[in-house]
Write a protein that binds this ligand. Sequence first.
Ligand code: F6P
Length: 545
Amino acid sequence: MSASSRPADITSTPEWAALAAHHREVEPLHLRELFDSDPDRVEAFTATAADLVLDHSKHRITRDTLPLLFALAERAGIPDRVTAMFRGDHINTSEDRAVLHTALRQPRDASLTVDGQDVVTDVHEVLDRMGAFADSVRSGTWTGHTGERIRAVVNIGIGGSDLGPVMAYEALKAYSDRDLTVRFVSNIDPTDLAETVRDLDPASTLFIVSSKTFTTLETLTNARNARDWLLAGLGDDSAVAKHFAAVSTNAEKVREFGIDEANMFGFWDWVGGRYSVDSAIGLSLMVAVGPDRFGEFLAGMHAMDEHFRTAPPERNVPLIAGLLNVWYANFFGVQTHAVLPYSQYLHRLPAYLQQLTMESNGKSVQQTGVPVTTTTGEIWWGEPGTNGQHAFYQLLHQGTRLVPADFIGFARPAHDLPGEGAADMHDLFSANLFAQTAALAFGKTAEEIAAEGTPADVVAHKVMPGNRPTSTILAPELSPSVLGQLIAFYEHVTFVEGSVWGIDSFDQWGVELGKVMAKQMVPVLSDADPSYDGLDASSVALVKR
Ligand code: F6P
């Protein structure tokens, strides 16, 4: 089916109607019954992609559900859209751009010609330059203005130019060069920059200004202030060349800022900000972990891309996960989706996924410009386990809302704490993950609680309803490759959901108005005798206060 033959209203299709009818049958069923009635359920509902295993047996589905969802995917034109995306068609229609983050992780010997240009060659040219730069900083060959080696690298960026690198750096800390301090500044709140540089020495600090557009207010303001801080310490404009690098698609603006073009690393308009951690935007990560590890990270992403592109629906892990999210969002009417990594290293993953999923799928018009006909874009949120268990899991277990959740765990820890105690600790950690998903699925009945001798008036409070759906995503360990697989997995999950809804998951017009209005408001705040023309009454009152 071609993209143009996609129905104008996906909810009026027979496939949607079949799922609505199926939902009426499945909704009253409890996971306890579903497990009891199907002894092979776990085997049937476990799929693997590269090193990731997805156990989706604890979802409120029967053997009929996924085939119905696959039929919906077909009806929404997903197979053709996958081909179109990987081929470089302009599937970002509102910006008339290709969507080719998958090209960023193609191996060197691949080729992909888009608009007459082999983009894989371009990608590897930049990767080679990044590698040489990262090696020179890591080895100390790259020296600062006074001849000192670089000991601190500060990435300045926001949104996709921050969240990807900081999340991945935190995730792969165990693989990083511990002699380098690597930090990230994003907020225009001046305290962010102040706290980041307060104990750093300008002579040994390198700033990487990361901005696709190089026009983003927060990033340029932070970069200018970082330059002032540097020059206050080193006192000479010529120091900028040794202490500033830039990552951008906008060479002209980088030049205007005063950063040497030799220290600029480019990428392309077909890489969306929230899909850019594997482009030159990942330079701070590459400096931290080295080009080889960065290469493994890219290879992991590519492995997931190949799986998504080629695996049949019944084994296609991102397709299954994306369609399950549609199942809950559109048929059960859930509002939110929790992501609960059982890895402290992944503590920034929920924030990263918030941008990836919500900036992509928080849309209310279809690509054709007409309003969507069903809800889109769940609210994504989360925290690492076990911390979340002692905070919000109460609502997950006994609240009135249904919150589907992804539990992410690793067989082996990625730290080197010595002794048997550390190994036991990891078992304890993993036991918590498995216990939580079991408790959420199967709960505990009033009879079971009463049988434990619980006073009659307390029994109702202790009932665990269960029937709360979760995915468990397991991998051997949090290696660079596995992190790459995990990120690409979620990119494709996001793509699947957006494709069912018929929206453009690759633009973000909704964030523009606030940016424009903030710029208009700056003079009002800084002027002693401002004109309030054009401002609404509430804003005028707030500014006056
Ligand atoms: O405000 C949204 C946004 O455009 C994101 O999509 C992007 O990741 C972020 O701003 C930063 O943009 P840039 O990399 O151009 O500075």
